[in-house]
Design a protein around this ligand. Structure first.
Ligand code: ARG
Length: 469
């Protein structure tokens, strides 16, 4: 059917030539992707402009045809941006909607745009472009969050809190040191993101349906016009590869795992039981029944959203598993998980980047907590080793001192010299230098250690990493 024969009917399928009956109405909706792929309209138009520009360069289109196509596409772009474009499910996806609109505008020349191209390489190009643009936004948010962490880490370089293992008080650490641990997780995420970007940023355009095309196309030129690093190497792989989407989801899952861990700590720390930090009211909500409540909703929700992102990774992996070459309609299912992973990660990073610099520490409460759990016991053991006692023996001596402390309700640093000397005659007055929380953290003064001095150095090094981006 040609459009001329049936001007009354809803838009005719661009592929309708060999069909003898219209698509079943439900199947039409079932197979359509326009509801969710229309968000790639900029990328689709940019890809088409690059393709038309290349076709004119190699002589397949005239310069005049190229210009008509570009002008028509720019009009359509403006119409979509203004919310005036009418998307049609009958036209299935973003690609055919825009192409049909172009032909409706400029006539026969619009029908030439698809020369030497297929929706298979078109959609692969669009997703890569879309992903690349979103990666750049996400990279900025990630950097903003890391900057915030450095800001607070420097501010809290001397703040003492208990460090935990098994969520039991272990050794004192500085709050700044703890925040720099989060920074490191995010630093690895950033490098994973950049690694993903690099493999995403290659141009599949020109692979056409699967085997390439008979026209004298210039793939390096379209790649360059679209800001890709280079064309992809194999046409079959180009139209079917979705590794970049899987890689993004893998990055996203690991990042969300990190954010969920930080969230969990923030939730714990804001509780009355820990009472380590305060989140500003603007990042919390109340209860409709309990007037006293101030709930850490933002970290809780971020923690919860890690679930859907993990789901998207599994979804993408399963989608691609066992798919024969080359393009299969299965691939249309790549978009919703990828888009939701992108949206979720971007929003969670934004919430965190806004919230982190606004955290206030409750220093006295952290200090008290660090003192309560015999957190300098290891320091006492190390002290005895320096006095010539073997570590296993000193461990035993300190264990007995702790048992005594529990019995009488005293921290090691609160015991008198005489009390301590019951457990070892090697203990002398200088022991109090190591039993204090300040002495304990200051003594861990090496690369990666918790000493305030090292925290400041690590933050300075981290700043240079961010400056290089
Ligand atoms: N909407 C399709 C997708 O998202 C575009 C490619 C369709 N190609 C095809 N031969 N049916 O993957």
């Amino acid at each position: 059917m040609s459009q001329d024969k049936n001007p009354e009917e809803s838009p005719i399928k661009p592929w309708g030539g060999r069909f003898t009956e219209p698509t079943d109405a439900f199947v039409e909706r079932f197979t359509a992707s326009v509801d969710f792929d229309q968000r790639m309209y900029h990328q689709d138009i940019n890809g088409s402009i690059a393709h038309a520009t290349m076709l004119a360069k190699v002589g397949v289109l005239t310069d005049d045809e190229k210009q008509q196509i570009i002008d028509g596409l720019e009009d359509i772009r403006a119409e979509i941006a203004a919310g005036k474009f009418e998307w049609s499910v009958t036209l299935e996806d973003v690609h055919m909607n825009i192409e049909a609109a172009l032909t409706a505008r400029i006539g026969i020349t619009g029908k030439k745009l698809h020369t030497g191209r297929s929706r298979n390489d078109q959609v692969a190009t669009d997703i890569r472009l879309y992903l690349r643009d979103e990666i750049d936004v996400i990279a900025k948010e990630l950097t903003r969050l890391q900057e915030g962490l450095l800001l607070v880490a420097e501010r809290e370089a001397d703040t003492i809190m208990p460090g935990f293992t098994h969520l039991q008080t272990a050794q004192p650490v500085t709050f700044g040191h703890h925040l720099l641990a989060w920074f490191e997780m995010l630093q690895r995420d950033y490098t994973r993101l950049m690694d993903c970007r690099q493999r995403a940023n290659q141009s599949p355009l020109g692979a056409a349906a699967l085997a390439g095309t008979t026209y004298p196309i210039d793939r390096a030129y379209t790649a360059e016009l679209l800001g890709f690093d280079k064309p992809t190497a194999n046409s079959l792989d180009s139209v079917s590869d979705r590794d970049f989407a899987i890689e993004f989801c893998a990055f996203a899952s690991i990042l969300m795992t990190h954010l969920s861990r930080a969230s969990e700590e923030l939730v714990l720390w804001t509780s009355a039981q820990f009472n380590f930090i305060e989140l500003p009211d603007r990042f919390c909500t109340g209860s409709s029944i309990m007037p006293q409540k101030k709930n850490p909703d933002v970290p809780e929700l971020v923690r919860g959203k890690s679930g859907r992102v993990n789901g998207h990774l599994i979804c993408m992996l399963t989608l691609m598993k066992s798919q024969p070459l080359a393009y299969n309609k299965d691939n249309q299912e790549d978009k919703e998980p990828l888009f939701d992973a992108l949206d979720t990660v971007r929003d969670c990073l934004r919430a965190f980047a806004d919230m982190i610099p606004a955290i206030t520490s409750k220093k006295d409460s952290m200090y008290e907590a660090a003192k309560r759990g015999f957190s300098t016991a290891t320091d006492l053991a190390d002290y005895l080793v320096r006095k010539g006692i073997a570590f296993r023996d000193s461990h035993e001596i300190v264990g007995k001192s702790v048992a005594y402390g529990i019995e009488v309700g005293k921290d090691l640093s609160d015991m008198s010299l005489e009390e301590l000397q019951q457990f070892s005659s090697e203990i002398t007055a200088d022991v109090f230098d190591v039993l204090t929380l300040e002495g304990s953290v200051a003594a861990r003064d090496h690369i990666g250690g918790t000493a305030p001095n090292q925290v400041r150095k690590a933050a300075a090094t981290a700043k240079t990493l961010l400056a290089e981006r």
